[in-house]
Design a protein around this ligand. Structure first.
Ligand SMILES: [Zn+2]
Length: 648
């Protein structure tokens, strides 16, 4: 075991960024806690071991920043970018020089020259919180949930880019437009690396460390692997989805003998400073709720935050029945971890049920077993969906944080990710109507207006797109469960290989559109809406393809577009260069493509899938030229909520 001193660091280095909750002189902490004294916060933690754990967790950041996060680089960045703050910060610099072998090279900080252009790709929008229909108690509960979500954002930044957070905070008071733009772009990305441009740095030139804030910044995969094979007893902890990996701090002099040891620290220890008040917020929100199932979930989730065991609370989350309020509140996604792809980042969303759309969704769900049976495959390839129902909600997000705030704004999600939960209980699908509307209004409609004739572009609607997206998500669960190959029952992903993701996304798109037609034919969707859904589908296809066809969704959409064009269901007018859907040909072309894609999955025929995508997932030059003309249209929205919990 490590001794405390070996893992501690010079105090004061991170003043202004983090706070030891056991002392009481910190403005940010005090304003955040609003009258709650820090010793009350940790009042329950009287056991000396627990207190030591708290202290260790707090010291983790000082240790961690010093050794691993390019402190020298940050200082240069601050000198260049936030001159007025430097004198205040400089008293906190380490007195002794840090040994050169543990500090990243300090390049002259460079702000990407095209920052303004990048920034313009995000349309700022206001996400309003309408409290008029909520009781006083409900409004108080919402405030507690938002506060808790804000605390998860503090953790997310530390996982994503601790130095980026410091830079972000240092720019808070600057009135320079350049600083304000940089600050907002840091917020959009939750760090200095461009999430929509392969994580390329827009501050400085050093690439993002693949292990982000989860690992020592200079740890390589080879070093990690060889350490793990030499220390198999530590493997589970080091690979844990809810642990960070640390190395001992080197202060001065030659590196100690254990300089290359690795240690896993659980999130609930490392981030205790934020998780303890977040858990308290959730418990207080529970006291304000009149929904017993939601109360139970909040209490279990509060417990999970402090133990890293999310199982019971995930089950309770899936047991919620049409809740008026809901939250996503956990470390679920692994996108940030480029080293192992296993460490989860925290994310949160506070959501209010969208009643009208949720009722429509319930109606779609009723038909799931029949939709499955209607697909053009042998019955043996269509496992029954009767009696199996996974929860779905249409909601409006009134606040987002962590990985749900930074980067692209999700319009649908399927959680939790734990496959054991999927097996035992299923998962919940969430659709965000207010974010979907924003996507339609600010991105898809402007693209449609450039690429489609006016009469079709005006058929692109938020409602039409929601129907398509809901049926896309439902269709991920339709079709065969296994491939039947010569070798017997095989996992479809395994049988198809690397092309699987694009195939599965395209299957969900096209089977979903086939289900739309089935629902229209059976009176579940009004007939007059069908063409709006086709037009909305085409508009969304353009949005997906404009990001390129390297990634699964883009590749799938490109293939669909080419096939539907070949079948005459999408046509380009050579005189105007505009694309339109042929509403008469759409149903037949979609049905034949659905049959093809479902058969590829049912047979697990890798060669068939590969040659299919090779033929169709190709961008025609006139389409890439048309998309290039819309390069001034935003790629996503940058939401500003009515709530601004402090980031620290
Ligand atoms: Zn999908």
């Amino acid at each position: 075991m490590k001794t405390r001193t070996r893992w501690s660091a010079a105090p004061g280095i991170l003043r202004g960024l983090r706070k030891d909750p056991l002392s009481s002189d910190h403005a940010l902490w005090n304003s955040w806690e609003k009258g709650v004294k820090p010793n009350q916060v940790f009042g329950a933690l009287t056991h000396s071991k627990q207190r030591a754990a708290v202290q260790k967790g707090c010291q983790f950041f000082t240790t961690y920043f010093l050794r691993y996060s390019g402190f020298a680089f940050l200082i240069s960045a601050l000198l260049a970018l936030a001159a007025p703050t430097v004198s205040a910060q400089s008293s906190t610099l380490p007195k002794k020089p840090t040994p050169p072998h543990i500090v990243r090279p300090a390049p002259k900080p460079v702000i990407a020259p095209d920052l303004a252009e990048r920034f313009a790709k995000f349309k700022p929008i206001h996400i309003a919180f309408d409290s008029s229909t909520l009781t006083d108690k409900e409004q108080k509960m919402v405030a507690k949930l938002v506060d808790a979500a804000g605390l998860l954002d503090c953790i997310y930044w530390r996982q994503s880019d601790p130095d980026g957070l410091k830079l972000y905070l240092s720019l808070a008071d600057s009135k320079k437009p350049q600083d304000q733009m940089l600050r907002e772009y840091l917020k959009i990305n939750g760090g200095r690396y461009d999430l929509i441009d392969d994580n390329k740095p827009f501050v400085g030139t050093a690439p993002a460390p693949p292990g982000r804030g989860f690992f020592p910044w200079d740890l390589t995969r080879a070093e990690f692997d060889s350490y793990v094979s030499a220390h198999p007893d530590q493997k589970a902890a080091l690979y844990g989805p809810q642990t960070i990996v640390l190395r001992p701090l080197i202060e001065n002099g030659p590196p100690p003998a254990n300089a290359n040891e690795l240690e896993a620290m659980p999130y609930h220890t490392a981030f205790r400073e934020f998780l303890v008040p977040a858990a308290r917020d959730l418990r207080q929100a529970a006291e304000l709720s009149d929904d017993p199932a939601f109360v139970k979930f909040l209490q279990l989730r509060a417990h999970a935050l402090l133990t890293d065991n999310y199982w019971d609370s995930d089950i309770a989350w899936l047991d919620l029945k049409n809740p008026k309020f809901d939250i996503i509140f956990a470390p679920y996604e692994t996108y940030l971890d480029g080293l192992l792809g296993v460490k989860t980042s925290y994310g949160a969303s506070v959501m209010i049920r969208n009643d009208a759309e949720s009722k429509k969704l319930e109606m779609f769900q009723k038909y799931v077993p029949q939709l499955q049976e209607s697909l053009p495959l042998a019955a043996a390839d269509l496992p029954s969906k009767r009696g199996k129902q996974s929860p779905m909600e249409v909601v409006d997000a009134i606040y987002r944080s962590g990985d749900l705030l930074h980067g692209y704004q999700a319009v649908a999600d399927n959680l939790p990710n734990d496959p054991r939960i999927h097996e035992q209980k299923g998962s919940k699908k969430i659709f965000w109507k207010n974010f979907l509307d924003a996507r339609v209004n600010f991105i898809i409609l402007p693209i449609a207006q450039r690429l489609m004739p006016e009469d079709q572009a005006k058929r692109v609607t938020g409602e039409g797109l929601l129907d398509f997206i809901i049926l896309h998500e439902i269709s991920h669960g339709l079709g065969p469960a296994y491939a039947r190959t010569a070798a017997g029952k095989t996992d479809i992903r395994e049988a198809i290989g690397p092309q699987y993701s694009a195939l599965e996304e395209a299957k969900a798109d096209i089977t979903g559109m086939m289900c739309v037609k089935w629902l229209v034919d059976h009176g579940a969707i009004p007939k007059e809406k069908l063409n709006d859904i086709y037009a909305s589908f085409l508009g969304e296809t353009f949005r997906t393809i404009r990001f390129g066809i390297a990634e699964a969704h883009g590749q799938g959409a490109m293939m669909e577009f080419s096939y539907l064009t070949e079948q005459g269901a999408i046509r380009r007018d050579p005189s105007t260069g505009l694309y339109s859907a042929d509403f008469d040909r759409m149903p037949g072309a979609i049905a034949s493509l659905a049959k093809e894609l479902l058969e590829q999955e049912a047979t697990g025929d890798r060669a068939r899938t590969e040659s299919w995508f090779k033929k169709y997932a190709v961008m025609p030059s006139e389409l890439s030229a048309a998309l290039a003309k819309g390069s001034d249209i935003p790629v996503d929205v940058d939401p500003d909520f009515d709530f601004h919990p402090p980031l620290r």
